[in-house]
Design a protein around this ligand. Structure first.
Ligand code: CA
Length: 260
């Protein structure tokens, strides 16, 4: 009896330790959904293994992007269950990593969540977002496609921004968005989520609602995922950054909202 009791305590302490250390994959905090509905997992990448699963993702590059370059070598797995998007100086140019799921996973509606750890240096910014070619179609508001920025973080003080863009990027461009500050986001991993239904977008941080909008009439078409780093003055002066710097992603998971 005594032996069994001891094992039980050890197991319990192990569990507590696993929860307390956080950061690695057990942190999923799903939002509460309407009565009679539930979220069911339909797609995920835990970024385990040694190399990025290119049946799910495209590495972007090598080409110019804003004030730097997207290069494939800056998007890779850590070998410890995370994706790293690196920002570095390479000779006289700055480079960073980016991936998308275009042509490999495109989906509409449901709950999309990425668990991410932010970089610390200025001059570049991480983002988790969704896109489709219809974003460029003027007319029909955003119903034929909306750029959905689940999070973008050009600041280093815990401030984040969520945005919607539609009807192209020219004179007909329209957008809606918000900014909030959550100082805890400066440290460790946090969940950035979007619940997208046919009538509304609801944005979450660590399972807690931070913004909702139906601006643009809500996209009704499948979109692909993007995890990116970008270099530009929106995030400050890259020349002042101690590089390399890293945007780290523990997982991306996608759930459908279905009847119980
Ligand atoms: Ca449109």
């Amino acid at each position: 009896m005594r032996t069994h009791f001891a094992l039980g305590v050890t197991g319990f302490l192990f569990l507590l330790t696993a929860v307390a250390t956080g950061g690695q994959s057990e942190g999923a905090s799903l939002p509460s959904v309407a009565e009679g509905k539930k979220l069911t997992l339909v797609w995920q990448d835990e970024f385990s293994g040694a190399t990025l699963d290119e049946t799910k993702w495209n590495k972007l590059g090598d080409w110019k992007r804003r004030d730097g370059f997207w290069v494939k070598e800056d998007a890779y797995l850590s070998g410890k269950g995370t994706l790293l998007l690196r920002t570095k100086k390479d000779g006289d140019r700055y480079t960073c990593g980016a991936i998308n799921s275009r042509g490999k996973f495109e989906h509409r509606f449901g709950y999309y969540v990425a668990r991410c750890k932010m970089p610390s240096e200025p001059g570049h910014w991480p983002a988790f977002w969704m896109m489709c070619s219809g974003v460029n179609q003027v007319g029909d508001d955003g119903r034929d496609g909306t750029e959905i920025d689940i999070m973008e973080i050009p600041w280093r003080d815990g401030k984040i921004t969520m945005n919607l863009h539609w009807d192209g990027y020219g004179k007909d461009h329209k957008s809606a968005g918000t900014k909030i500050t959550l100082p805890e986001l400066k440290e460790g991993f946090h969940d950035y989520g979007l619940l997208w239904t046919s009538t509304e977008y609801v944005f979450y941080v660590d399972g807690r609602e931070v913004w909702r909008s139906s601006a643009g009439g809500v996209s009704q078409v499948p979109e692909f995922l993007k995890l990116t780093e970008e270099i530009g003055t929106w995030a400050g002066d890259i020349a002042k950054a101690r590089l390399p710097d890293y945007f780290e992603v523990d997982y991306v998971r996608v759930y459908d909202l279905v009847d119980k």
